[in-house]
Design a protein around this ligand. Structure first.
Ligand SMILES: Nc1nc2c(ncn2[C@@H]2O[C@H](COP(=O)(O)OP(=O)(O)O)[C@@H](O)[C@H]2O)c(=O)[nH]1
Ligand SMILES: [Mg+2]
Length: 297
């Protein structure tokens, strides 16, 4: 019989390469929010995948990038902490990066090398790549780092995910499962609820609004016996003009955000949800440590 294995796999890569999409695909459930905009993921989140002979604890994290803003510095340090504290690294890249531009990943590779853990590379978004470009890309990455495996994947349709899982499994240390088999994440559902709201704001608004949004859950009430879950949340923004955008004409935008977020919550919880949203201005919260604490970061 196979020995049971359990370990942490840190997801690393530049913003927007598809780390969170890949995590959701591997888990078969949406726990990490995804948008076409960079810097969607702000904090680490553990996704638990329980297989027959192993349990893989995926640490999703913000993208590794350079910035001076308080929020971004906090994000990058979360990404680096995840690397320091893992058994295996799953580095993710975008298949569309031309071979001659691989220097873009050098900053991430430096961190992967520094942490000294075995690493697997997932070349994601292969659906957008013409086949002849794939082999040179694999070859070029192989020359840059002694990856234990390089696996082309498509996080959108799951292409390549089984091969990726077997490569990761091989690198896990032996050990018993650390989470119950039905547990998907180390984050409470109220965190996931706040993230779904932030995702919809990021998807439906433009320019700086997505980066000025923080969401706090004020109330999360599960009735006994189980019925409709009541959630009250506040969307914090940095300026009054942003508050006006998020509320929209006659409250239309806020309604759209609320409906879409509620549908995600109902899908995750398998229960009806009643969601009430408030919008507040917390001047410049993303620029200072004090502001971050005020909105719950
Ligand atoms: N075409 C395509 N798009 C993808 C794939 N994986 C992710 N995306 C898109 O890439 C964008 C960024 O994804 P996200 O998971 O938030 O990236 P992250 O910042 O690395 O976590 C989103 O618009 C995703 O839908 C893929 O395999 N193929
Ligand atoms: Mg992400």
């Amino acid at each position: 019989m196979d020995e049971h294995r359990c370990g942490t796999v840190a997801m690393a890569g530049r913003p927007n390469v598809g780390k969170s999409t890949l995590l959701n695909r591997l888990l078969g459930s949406k726990i990490a929010i995804v948008t076409p905009k960079p810097q969607t993921t702000r904090d680490r989140i553990l996704g638990v995948l329980t297989l027959v002979h192993s349990q893989i604890l995926f640490q999703d994290a913000p993208g590794i990038h350079q910035s001076t803003k308080a929020l971004n510095r906090r994000m990058v340090s979360a990404a680096l902490a995840v690397l320091e504290d893992c058994d295996v690294v799953l580095m993710v890249t975008d298949a569309r990066d031309p071979v001659k531009d691989l220097a873009r990943d050098e900053h991430v590779l430096e961190k992967v090398r520094a942490c000294g853990r075995p690493a697997v590379l997932a070349i994601n978004k292969v659906d957008l790549l013409r086949k002849p470009h794939l082999l040179p890309l694999i070859d070029a990455y192989g020359k840059r780092h002694p990856f234990k495996a390089i696996v082309p994947v498509c996080a959108l349709d799951g292409d390549g995910q089984d091969g990726l899982l077997s490569e990761l499994n091989l690198l896990l240390p032996p050990g018993p499962a650390l989470f119950p088999a039905d547990e998907l994440s180390d984050r409470p559902v109220r965190f996931l609820a706040s993230e779904f709201i932030r995702e919809k704001v990021m998807l439906f608004t433009r320019q700086e609004v997505p980066y000025s949004t923080a969401v706090c859950i004020d109330q999360f009430k599960e009735p006994e016996p189980p019925g409709v879950i009541n959630i009250i949340a506040t969307i914090h923004l940095e300026r009054p003009s942003q508050k006006a955008i998020v509320i929209g004409k006659g409250g239309a935008m806020l309604k759209r955000i609320g409906t879409a977020a509620r549908e995600e919550m109902e899908a995750l919880l398998g229960r009806k949800v009643f969601l009430e949203l408030f919008v507040r201005v917390e001047e410049g919260w993303a620029s200072s440590e004090k502001g971050l604490n005020k909105v719950g970061y």
